[in-house]
Design a protein around this ligand. Structure first.
Ligand SMILES: *Cc1c(COP(=O)(O)O)cnc(C)c1O
Length: 380
């Protein structure tokens, strides 16, 4: 047998901090902000991203992503901003997928502009080559996208980027490393909002970057200057959460697949968006680049169902923001994540007020269906 641990073993054990004082079974938390000075050594200091808990959890993330190295951040946006600003400088140009997380979009439009970094959005990946300029440094992607679960072809885009010596960065938050490992498809840098699946219990704000040793160095230097590190107590909590990452995500995948199939069969629903459905326009691409289809889906209620009453009637499924937790949640993108877009922009992107986004938790599927059924039955 090959000596290669399985995914659950990696989740549980990779990057353990060994308790050499007491021999405890779990990682101790090192909360020190002052460590003995050693000349020439990588002296730990939490803002340097090199405390024992930070360094060890980074190994778990890197291992899961198939990356050489990783860094743990105080939030997904700390990871995104530090990584972007470490590879970009004044005068550079970036190519960005149109459907990306609102906070990232805001960062690009508000912050990068002050560095005279220009950008172009693409809707279709076939537009990418035509958008490349002499100073294009980065292609920024997010797949599957929010809230329509559209995919971009990571292998194909990585190949185009390499041919032009352009770096690629993927926000892998929605898929999690359980369902998608962009680095194994040729992508250079992977970003996570660990607030979502990696944390998985809706109680931690954190972020991560995974990449090669070589690309990590400039990101580390920037990150130390920007100061967006994660406190060791929270780093430890994130480590504990990640021990069950595969178990949780497998159950979330399962619930999402079953719910997508259930919803698709209901006559009060016009459309279900889930990469695991055979009639998803990119089902084949999903099969080739994802090892699971994820816990996120969205669906469009037919015109006669009032979306707000449907949401309000839910008892088990929570109408709350955010995603990736063990509890199933539902929200209206047009009122939340995409509320700042104009009606015209939302219409162009296919985000109507009848569209709802579902983040599947780990509850029993049958209870989730019962909740949806009672909600629809109780609409006056
Ligand atoms: C939440 C989220 C982010 C931002 O992460 P924070 O932890 O809130 O800073 C980035 N990308 C995606 C896809 C997200 O869902």
């Amino acid at each position: 047998m090959e000596n290669k641990p399985g995914i659950d073993t990696i989740c549980v054990h990779s990057g353990d901090v060994e308790d050499i004082t007491y021999g405890g079974a779990v990682s101790p938390i090192y909360t020190a902000t002052a460590y003995a000075y050693a000349a020439g050594a990588n002296n730990p200091y939490p803002r340097y991203f090199n405390s024992p808990n930070q360094m060890n959890l980074a190994k778990k993330v890197a291992r899961l992503e198939g990356a050489e190295a990783a860094l743990i951040f105080g939030s997904g946006m700390a990871a995104i901003s530090s990584a972007m600003l470490s590879v970009l400088k004044t005068g550079d140009h970036i190519i960005i997928q149109n459907q990306i997380y609102g906070g990232t979009r805001n960062f690009i439009q508000k912050e990068l502009d002050t560095f005279d970094i220009s950008f172009d959005y693409f809707n279709d990946e076939n537009e990418i080559e035509g958008l490349i300029q002499k100073h294009t440094k980065l292609i920024y992607l997010e797949t599957p996208s929010n809230p329509l679960l559209e995919l971009v072809d990571l292998k194909k885009i990585a190949k185009i980027a390499r041919a032009h010596k352009i770096l690629t960065m993927v926000d892998n938050t929605f898929a999690s490393p359980i369902n998608q490992r962009p680095i194994t498809l040729g992508i250079d840098i992977v970003i996570h909002s660990a607030t979502k699946y990696l944390g998985g219990h809706s109680d931690i704000t954190a972020g991560a970057v995974a990449t090669s040793e070589k690309l990590l160095q400039p990101i580390l230097l920037k990150a130390r200057n920007f100061g967006g590190s994660l406190a060791d107590q929270t780093t430890w909590l994130l480590e504990r959460s990640m021990k069950t990452l595969n178990l949780r995500v497998q159950k979330q995948n399962h619930n999402a697949q079953q719910l997508a199939e259930y919803l698709e069969a209901q006559e009060w629903i016009d459309q279900v968006n889930y990469p695991g459905l055979k009639d998803h326009p990119q089902y084949e691409l999903a099969q080739s680049q994802m090892s699971g289809f994820g816990g996120m889906l969205s669906f469009k209620l037919s015109a006669e169902v009032p979306a707000q009453s449907f949401l309000k009637n839910l008892r088990l499924i929570k109408d709350v923001l955010s995603l990736g937790g063990v509890e199933t949640t539902m929200l209206s993108p047009s009122l939340t994540s995409h509320s700042l877009l104009s009606d015209k922009e939302r219409a162009e992107q296919g985000i109507s007020s009848q569209l709802l986004r579902l983040s599947c938790g780990i509850e029993n599927y049958e209870d989730l269906v019962l909740d949806i059924q009672q909600s629809i039955n109780n609409i006056e």
